[in-house]
Design a protein around this ligand. Structure first.
Ligand SMILES: *Cc1c(COP(=O)(O)O)cnc(C)c1O
Length: 406
């Protein structure tokens, strides 16, 4: 590989990083036009409000160009922070202070900020098991030790969390925060019950750790369920993060992080060295998309579309696999995580899946913190059409059957 020529110049961190197995397959998927990809994690682009965003962008540049095209504040433009505070109040039931919000370059930068600002090598971060791959990557890059806690249909098993916190304290390990995705968890699809949320907050208090609530999906919920935010139940130690990626456009790269004020100042200091600030123009566009009601309009259209696709995926899995696939029916979000026959190694079979069966997925093992989940696959339903979902699941069923019947 060309890269190796410069290996001696590379940092230990960059040498420890590997391209994801999925990225390598993207070229194969592109070359063979007939592969159905359930591997992505991206919105349906026909839901992007292109005309409306073009109008907003033109208006912002023409009327507010002097500020919208200028350098801005590190924590984000006041106007955009105000719009986000308003959005959270209306949709998530808590009122954050404008000074407690830091606008980030996607949630991904929020994760990086958390890692850089809070973690020293050897610190412990507790997550759900499985959890969001990009969060695992950010925490591990900071040298953190990640401890995953199993989930059931109610979300993180807080009895096991309690046992882990106790054990880690006895071992003298420093747990900095518990990272959870309480609604339509990526990848498992689970939504946390209110009792579990309460118990989690009690334990955080008892063991003096922070809680990070990553909340991209509660704006995109398809069923009538309780999605009360952790932040609305406790404003002392919950850090809240979200993004416009799933409800407007991921390409805008606008996310935000809400924390108690002393902490938000620290995040701001660190962010200054990463990118000075997130793109000013995009912040003004997002502020206008919130103020004008555009985000609500997009979500109103997205919810029935995604709900339909979710239902097709769940039905196809039930029809094609019967008892052979275990999964949580997600109340929102973009994914179903399916656990199939223990004999099936999703990572090993991905090449065959793409080349011979014309279907792609993300092997679940890398989302797991402990090497488990080799028989799991993360399946995306937002991007493919309903027909593709049906056919894709049928192909998967044939693949699993053929590779476990020998
Ligand atoms: C999609 C997603 C995000 C969004 O990340 P961005 O960097 O804002 O695009 C964050 N967290 C989780 C759990 C996600 O699934």
């Amino acid at each position: 590989m060309l890269l190796d020529k410069f290996e001696r110049f590379a940092s230990a961190l960059s040498r420890s990083m590997r391209a994801s197995e999925v990225r390598d397959l993207l070229s194969v998927i592109k070359r063979r036009g007939d592969v159905i990809s359930l591997a992505g994690g991206i919105p349906d682009p026909s839901l992007f409000p292109k005309r409306e965003l073009a109008e907003i962008a033109r208006k912002v540049i023409e009327e507010r160009g002097d500020v919208a095209l200028q350098y801005g504040e590190t924590k984000g433009e006041l106007e955009a922070r105000r719009a986000l505070v308003d959005l959270m109040q209306r949709w998530r039931g808590f009122r954050a202070g404008e000074e407690d919000v830091v606008i980030t370059t996607g949630s991904q930068q929020g994760l990086d900020l958390l890692a850089r600002t809070l973690l020293d090598p050897g610190d412990v971060v507790i997550t759900e098991n499985p959890t969001y791959l990009a969060a695992l990557g950010a925490f591990r890059a900071a040298g953190a030790h990640v401890v995953g806690i199993r989930m059931d249909s109610q979300g993180m098993r807080t009895d096991e969390l309690e046992a882990a916190l106790r054990r880690l304290r006895e071992e003298g390990r420093k747990v900095k925060f518990i990272y959870v995705i309480p609604v339509a968890q990526n990848p498992a699809g689970t939504t946390m019950s209110r009792d579990r949320k309460r118990h989690l907050l009690e334990l955080a208090e008892q063991f003096d750790v922070l809680v990070v609530e990553d909340d991209p999906y509660s704006y995109l919920v398809y069923d009538q369920v309780d999605v009360a935010s952790l932040r609305s139940m406790d404003d002392g130690r919950v850090l809240y993060m979200s993004t416009v990626s799933k409800i407007l456009s991921p390409g805008l790269r606008v996310g935000w992080l809400v924390s108690p004020e002393d902490l938000s100042r620290r995040f701001e200091l660190v962010k200054q060295y990463l990118d000075l600030h997130s793109p000013t123009l995009n912040q003004y566009i997002v502020a206008e998309a919130i103020r004008s009601g555009l985000i609500e309009k997009v979500v109103e259209k997205a919810v029935p579309r995604y709900k339909g696709k979710r239902d097709v995926m769940v039905e196809s899995l039930e029809e094609e696999f019967g008892e052979g696939a275990r999964f949580v029916r997600p109340v929102g979000g973009l994914f179903v995580m399916a656990y199939v026959d223990e004999g099936f190694d999703a990572g090993k079979m991905l090449g065959t899946a793409v080349e011979k069966y014309g279907v792609a997925y993300v092997p679940g093992a890398s989302f797991h913190t402990d090497g488990s989940g080799r028989n799991s696959m993360r399946l995306n339903f937002s991007y493919p059409s309903e027909g593709q979902i049906r056919e894709g699941i049928a192909r998967l069923a044939r693949l699993v059957k053929s590779s476990t019947s020998t």
